[in-house]
Write a protein that binds this ligand. Structure first.
Ligand code: KG4
Ligand code: ZN
Length: 386
């Protein structure tokens, strides 16, 4: 089964062609095409993702990326629709975007696909709608069903995939229940997956998402380059830890709940920087490391608590921040020490950030499990609890 997957929830425009085979006990996924454009640098000057810029970028990039993904899959053929069904483009209000989509559909023939999957939330609304409108227009023109996929579900699925060979994935052998730790730019949540696509939220951030805190601290330390790689680059270098060691508080860490709070930590970094008269590169590195230490202590403490409470058999960590080596190392150490027998999974490094492969993979698993989203798609998507 071939699925064209589209992801536009934030500042990555991504289109992938994913082929699924097998059933839920033996799932195989082949990535036939994968085209992604990151707008991160364009947003850097604004100090965050600027929604109308994201929308404009998605509008300009979707059709070329879809063509690129199909081309990689060997499925891009000329000879499109001479006359599109009247309703196909009716939801696209922006004229330039409508023309782009029309040109795409008039130029290229319908490829041999079974389904289109599109992220329908959570994310930035104008960005999500761009992907949804594109997916629905193409779905109508090609007469293939369009499936809405939750972005966070994509991140969970990405952690459960293991590479078989280049572009071929299968599911790790794992047992339910799965505790998912989702750490991204927009979300920080602990979610229990009791069965395929049956969720219960165990904890969440009360304020900033972890990735957002990383981004803000990176900007405080080094404005205005796009963030965490720099924070992380600065953080894990070995250094003598003497009397100058900086420590920051880990908020809520002693509280019974499995909730997080990162805004106080970010403010602590801000105050620390304000108090310092001259800030050397060395100071910045110390602060970056202290920030990362406090953040990962909170992550480890709350994830450990959630594992105790839920008695989950599997821990799956997903979202952009799951690329962070220190966080990976600390979670691995915690599981090895305190939770032997629990399987811990992270996504492949090139699948930690936003991408369309995870959306296609989640769509295939939803189709296999018979739990497709029904009805009209909405960009609001909110959460994944059902
Ligand atoms: O999942 P993602 O690509 O987008 C959202 O769904 O939000 O996550 C992006 C977030 C950003 O905040 C980014 O700065 C953060 O993940 N991130 C990292 C690292 N790589 C990306 N945070 C900490 N350490 C990293 N190595
Ligand atoms: Zn994400």
């Amino acid at each position: 089964m071939k699925i064209l997957a589209i992801e536009t929830s934030c500042d990555e425009t991504a289109v992938a062609l994913v082929e699924g085979a097998g059933d839920l006990s033996d799932t195989k996924l082949t990535v036939l095409g994968n085209a992604l454009y990151s707008q991160a640098e364009k947003h850097a000057a604004y100090g965050g993702v600027y929604p109308s810029l994201a929308k404009r970028e998605h509008q300009g990039n979707l059709a070329p990326l879809a063509a690129e993904a199909l081309k990689q899959a060997g499925m891009l053929k000329e000879g499109g629709h001479a006359s599109l069904p009247a309703h196909a483009l009716s939801k696209i209000r922006d004229e330039a975007f409508r023309n782009e989509v029309r040109k795409f559909l008039e130029t290229y023939a319908k490829p041999d696909i079974d389904s289109i999957a599109v992220t329908h939330g959570p994310g930035l609304e104008p960005a999500l709608w761009t992907g949804i409108n594109f997916a629905e227009a193409v779905g109508a023109a090609w007469d293939v069903p369009v499936l809405g996929i939750n972005h966070l579900e994509g991140h969970i699925v990405s952690a459960l995939l293991t590479t078989e060979s280049e572009n071929r994935f299968s599911l790790h052998p794992f047992e339910f229940t799965v505790l998912a730790l989702l750490i991204s730019g927009g979300h920080t949540e602990l979610v229990l997956m009791k069965d395929w696509f049956a969720y219960e939220r165990v904890g969440m951030t009360k304020d900033d998402a972890l990735g957002e805190a990383f981004d803000k601290v990176a900007r405080l330390l080094d404005p205005p380059t796009p963030a965490p790689p720099k924070v992380q680059a600065a953080a894990p270098r070995p250094r003598p830890r003497g009397g100058t060691t900086i420590t920051f508080p880990s908020h809520l860490i002693r509280e019974e709940s499995c909730d997080f709070s990162f805004s106080g930590l970010k403010t602590a970094v801000l105050y620390k920087l304000r108090k310092m008269e001259k800030i050397s590169e060395w100071d910045k590195e110390e602060i970056a490391q202290a920030f990362e230490d406090a953040a990962r202590s909170a992550i480890v403490a709350k994830t450990g608590r959630a594992l105790e409470i839920t008695r989950a058999k599997t821990l799956a960590v997903g979202g952009g921040v799951s690329a962070n080596e220190e966080i990976r190392r600390s979670l691995r150490a915690m599981v090895d020490e305190d939770f032997t027998g629990i399987e811990l999974f992270f996504p492949e490094k090139d699948m930690t950030g936003d991408n369309a492969v995870m959306i296609g993979a989640a769509a295939y698993l939803r189709i296999l499990s018979g739990k497709k989203s029904e009805g009209a798609l909405s960009a609001l998507g909110s959460l994944m609890l059902e």
